[in-house]
Ligand binder design. Structure first.
Ligand code: IMP
Ligand code: MG
Length: 172
């Protein structure tokens, strides 16, 4: 049985969501904002975030799949669900659960830029830095970790554990 080591409790997550929502609300005050959640991992973070952001926002989703499963990415990325809102000349904020190598987010940001949005920024719940392989700029990061495979609060290991309300490190 894999062991689950607690990393972020409900209160920690709540505090981080409130803090980042406050920053986003003030940074985008009086500007149109579209949040684009990266499926599936970001769905819980995004749903908590929209309810804390105090300015009106629109919400869309994008789906990508990186080849390979389990804990290690293998490089190739493809689009599995396209955005449905026209982001041309709009302010876009990509909402991610966790940035690891950064390759997924780089692919998504480059893809969104092809629609000529006014701005594209990035917000992640967890910034995991040790395996970073791209120079992607993360504009909003709630929590930084070095390494380890995290699950819960939307984050999965082969589709398990997304439903856990808190975040754990998986010890296989
Ligand atoms: P990247 O392309 O290596 O940055 O990987 C990003 C994607 O890999 C995330 O959106 C997650 O879906 C997945 N991922 C990376 N690290 C973890 C982790 O620790 N737990 C769960 N999923 C992860
Ligand atoms: Mg993800």
């Amino acid at each position: 049985m894999p062991e689950l080591i607690p990393v972020l409790k409900k209160d920690d997550i709540k505090r981080m969501v409130v803090q980042v929502a406050d920053r986003i609300s003030s940074d985008y005050q009086d500007r149109e904002l579209i949040l684009i959640g990266v499926l599936k991992g970001a769905y819980i973070f995004l749903s908590d975030l929209v309810r804390q952001i105090s300015i009106p926002v629109q919400v869309d989703f994008i789906g990508v799949s990186s080849y390979g499963s389990g804990t290690s990415p293998s490089g190739g990325i493809r689009l599995t669900k396209d955005i449905e809102i026209d982001v041309t000349n709009k302010n876009v904020l990509v909402i991610e659960d966790i940035v690891d190598t950064g390759l997924t987010l780089t692919y998504i940001v480059d893809y969104l830029k092809s629609f000529s949005p006014k701005t594209v920024k990035v917000c992640t719940l967890i910034d995991k830095r040790e395996r970073r392989r791209s120079k992607i700029k993360i504009d909003y990061a709630c929590h930084r970790v070095g390494e380890g495979f995290l699950v819960g609060y939307g984050l999965d290991y082969s589709e398990d554990y997304r439903d856990l309300p808190e975040i754990y490190r998986l010890k296989l």
